[in-house]
Structure formats: structure tokens, C-alpha cells
Design a protein around this ligand. Sequence first.
Ligand SMILES: Nc1ncnc2c1ncn2[C@@H]1O[C@H](COP(=O)(O)OP(=O)(O)O)[C@@H](O)[C@H]1O
Ligand SMILES: [Mg+2]
Length: 232
Amino acid sequence: MMKKPLIQLKNINKFFSVGKKQQLQVLKSLDLTIYEGEFIMIMGKSGSGKTTLMNIIGFLDRVSDGEYLFNGEDVSKLSENEKSEFRNKYLGFIFQQFFLINSLNVSQNVQLPCTYGGTKNKQTKQRIANNYLSLVDLADKGKAKVTELSGGQQQRVAIARSLVNDPLLIMADEPTGALDSQTGKEIMEMLQKLNHEGKTIVMVTHDADMTKYATRVIHMKDGCFTEEEGNQ
Ligand SMILES: Nc1ncnc2c1ncn2[C@@H]1O[C@H](COP(=O)(O)OP(=O)(O)O)[C@@H](O)[C@H]1O
Ligand SMILES: [Mg+2]
């Protein structure tokens, strides 16, 4: 079966201005196609351009030149509002530091993307949140305070939150970076399970132990892709 391309980056470059006249090239002629159902891992040392690339894929930053198609749509033709809408509707985000809101309970945190997405009905939001909390084995924690949870539990809340709008793509930036190795393993197994159930995932890491969970690993150095390995 032909897989559908979800992300198509064609010969993209990214420059940042540093000082008055200098331009720093951070991404160099990158070509990348991410197909539905892949679990892509982007590996590289600090400063290699991983976050810049993730910001572009996540519509937070734009390419300097080259083409970015998301699900067939030319991203350069989208307005800022359309990009925010795409972000909320089609992408789920997981971060190293979880970024949960401590003043909200667990269920309210999971409901946040539904709220932004226009689902206003309280019962509907609670039902959706409960559903995803069960999926990450936290069905009984909906009313708990975020600060009562362990790091691993907090990251599972963040995973539930990332899933709540049933996004086309999950983006994870060092999701195990703040966790001990056993908890990190549990989080990776959860992401792998989601991938096996069909979710497309792109994750950034500098930890070579993580690559076994990916279907494809892309190595980055100084703004270039240096090698690629497939696991399946
Ligand atoms: N807004 C910016 N302005 C200037 N330089 C930047 C900016 N963002 C990132 N850089 C530079 O781009 C390079 C790649 O950064 P980054 O994408 O954060 O790498 P990584 O996530 O792999 O550590 C670094 O040299 C960094 O200093
Ligand atoms: Mg980074």
C-alpha cells in the first residue's frame, strides 16, 4: 500500500540574522518526507538545528527558502490565523518539561486543546479527557493536582493532552529528557504503542538509546542530514 506523505520539505534553507550584516545558516538544503504511520527520530548534538526544524514543521517559524507542504497544503500560503488553526487541529505537542498548568487539575489540562479547538460543552470535554486519561492509565487522576503527580505521570498527562484533538502528527521534543531511565522507557513504550495504533510521530532526541523505538532515524549535524537508518 502506498503511504500518504504528511510532511514534505523540499530543499529548505533557514537563515538567522546575527548582528547587522551577518547571516547564520542553520538548516542547509534539507529534503524530508514524513509518511503517515512513521515514527521518525531526529538525532543530533546540541546546535545541529533540531529545534529550528521542529519549529518549522510545527508552523512556529518559516523557511527562508524551499517548500513546505503539510498534508498537501503549501504552508507559505497560509495566514497566521490558519497556521494557528492547523497547529491546534492537526498537531499534538509533547515537551521535555511537560508544560502543564499547575493551577488547573489533570482533566482540565487535558481539555485545553479542545477548548482552543472550539469544543465548549463541559460534559463533552470531560468525557473526551477521561477517554484519553484512561489511554495513558491515569483514569483515576482527573481531579488530582498536577503537582501531586510524579514526572512520569505528568508526561502521561501531556501525552493525553497532545492526543485530545486526534491530531495527524505528534511532535515530541526530548520527551524523556527530564525523566529517569525507567520512567523514560515507559513513556517511550507508550509512544511506540500509539505509533503501532497508527499515530505518526516525529521526535527529537540526543539519546542513542531511544532510536530503537523509531521506524526511521535521521541524523543531523550542522544543519545537514548526515545519515538515515530504517528500523523496519
Ligand atoms: N532565533 C535565532 N537567532 C539566531 N540564531 C539562532 C536562533 N535560533 C537558533 N539559532 C542558532 O541555530 C543553531 C541551531 O539551533 P537549534 O535549532 O536550537 O539546535 P538544536 O535544537 O539542535 O540544539 C544554533 O547555532 C543556534 O545558536
Ligand atoms: Mg533543541
